[in-house]
Design a protein. Structure first.
Length: 285
């Protein structure tokens, strides 16, 4: 399902929402909830390993029940997602120019590399919900979410890189010319911002509601969010370790998520969550 299909579905659901609210006897619920989840930023790696984060957030939502068993839900969620990458050694090579303008192959190995990625999505769910009757109710909700990135950053640990330069016209590999960026270098730990594109997700939730009075209740559920699109900003594709001919000993280290030129380390990045949700409900007529 493409994002434009989701947009059309959302628009149709909003029109339906307005129609049923005008022509049917309705009831309303408001809820406040918190949630915790696994998976986070999901991606495959060409080397090394990725660990799932334990994430969470909160939601405020409005439920319009146009039938005792059926309703629509819309809300606002603040969802925090993360993942951690580690590798015993990342190797890469690419063609570039030195300070004299000569072409050479830059070869780099980053040993014992660790990186943590974090993002916050402002999520807008729109879901069709079924529930049973009574003080204790079972519910099932299906729909979609749009996630707008409001924060994204990555944090790296200190890493040692070993650089060499191969000049094809000489048939020789240099590895001790430190002033030209060849040899061993220590890159400090760093914390930088990056950018993601909006996420479009399918979502499902099921659980139970328990009303302690006619107007107040508690609920507990299990939910699943599955991203449909790659949120990596491909316009920011960079080298993992960038060689700077103007200042050869000053290297720029970039996130593995946008290192997509000489050697892509990851594939598409998709937000995903499986978790538990609990909250408080208020019901009105």
């Amino acid at each position: 399902m493409k994002p434009n299909v989701i947009k059309s579905t959302v628009l149709s659901a909003l029109i339906l929402w307005g129609a049923v609210s005008l022509h049917a006897q309705t009831s309303h619920e408001f809820s406040l909830s918190g949630f915790g989840s696994f998976f986070g930023l999901n991606y495959k790696v060409t080397e090394g390993s990725r660990q799932n984060g334990f994430d969470g957030g909160g939601e405020f939502s409005y439920h319009l029940f146009f039938h005792p068993n059926w309703g629509l839900r819309i809300g606002v969620e603040a969802a925090f997602l993360s993942s951690k990458y580690s590798s015993e050694g990342i190797t890469l090579s690419y063609m570039t120019k030195d300070m004299n303008g000569a072409d050479f192959e830059f070869r780099c190995t980053a040993g014992n590399y660790q990186e943590t990625q974090k993002t916050m999505l402002l999520q807008i769910p729109l879901m069709l919900q079924f529930q049973t009757k009574g003080k204790s109710r079972y519910y099932l909700a299906l729909g979609g979410k749009v996630g707008i990135p409001v924060m994204a950053k990555y944090k790296t640990a200190e890493v040692t890189i070993q650089n060499t330069a191969y000049y094809e016209f000489e048939g020789y590999e240099y590895n001790t010319q430190h002033f030209m960026g060849f040899g061993e270098f220590e890159l400090p730990a760093d914390d930088k911002k990056m950018s993601f594109k909006p996420a479009f997700m399918l979502s499902a939730e099921t659980g139970g509601k328990f009303f302690v009075s006619d107007a107040v209740g508690l609920f507990f559920g299990v939910y699943f969010d599955f991203g449909l699109n790659n949120i990596t900003n491909t316009s920011e594709a960079l080298e993992f370790i960038s060689y700077n001919a103007q200042n050869p000993t000053d290297f720029t280290q970039n996130s593995i998520l946008n290192s997509q030129i000489a050697k892509p380390i990851t594939d598409k990045v998709i937000p995903m969550a499986v978790g538990l949700k609990f909250g408080l409900m208020f019901r009105t007529r």
